[in-house]
Design a protein around this ligand. Structure first.
Ligand SMILES: [Cu+2]
Length: 168
């Protein structure tokens, strides 16, 4: 009897976990004409300035991101689970010498991306910048829950390169 109860409990837990996974919303790529606010962000080694964002649900924000550090950094909007899942892809970019400490080999990136799409690092929720580079990310925060801005360059997330996103 106890065993059956445990099996049911386990199945219920597994089911709610997979549901949670499906319901994890992060918002979506925004359109320029819907932008309600522009936020300037500076990336340093290894932190963001500002290091938290207060955003109203449904807002479309244009992030103007500049890498003011000496290392390559990423500005990625996702939930913690997605950040963790994205990290092996970044490690692979390091292994293939696309992603170097202080630069991105864009020629190699293009060549490798022709064979393996993930090596192109084209994600609508992320910008990857070499030192002194600038990038823009327009994001619509509709349905976004439990998200954070983070850098998935190997070691950076672990070093705390995470900015909180407070939604209300
Ligand atoms: Cu970084």
């Amino acid at each position: 009897m106890k065993k059956i109860f445990l099996i049911i409990l386990t199945l219920t837990l597994m089911n709610s976990l997979s549901l949670a996974d499906k319901n994890m919303k992060i918002g979506s790529k925004g359109k320029m004409e819907d932008v309600t606010r522009t936020i300037q962000v500076k990336m340093y080694d290894n932190y963001y300035e500002p290091n938290s964002f207060n955003i109203k649900k449904g807002e479309t924000i244009k992030f103007e991101v500049i890498n003011a550090g000496e290392l390559v950094h990423e500005f990625n909007i996702a939930n913690a689970m997605m950040h963790i899942k994205h990290q092996p892809e970044m490690e692979k970019m390091v292994e293939n010498e696309i992603l170097l400490g202080d630069k991105i080999d864009k020629d190699k990136m293009q060549k490798m991306a022709a064979m393996d799409k993930s090596m192109g690092h084209s994600h609508s929720n992320s910008v990857l910048l070499a030192p002194k580079e600038k990038g823009i990310l327009i994001w619509k925060f509709e349905n976004a829950v439990n998200i954070e801005v983070a850098c998935n360059v190997p070691g950076h997330y672990q070093a705390g390169m995470i900015a909180a996103v407070n939604l209300d």
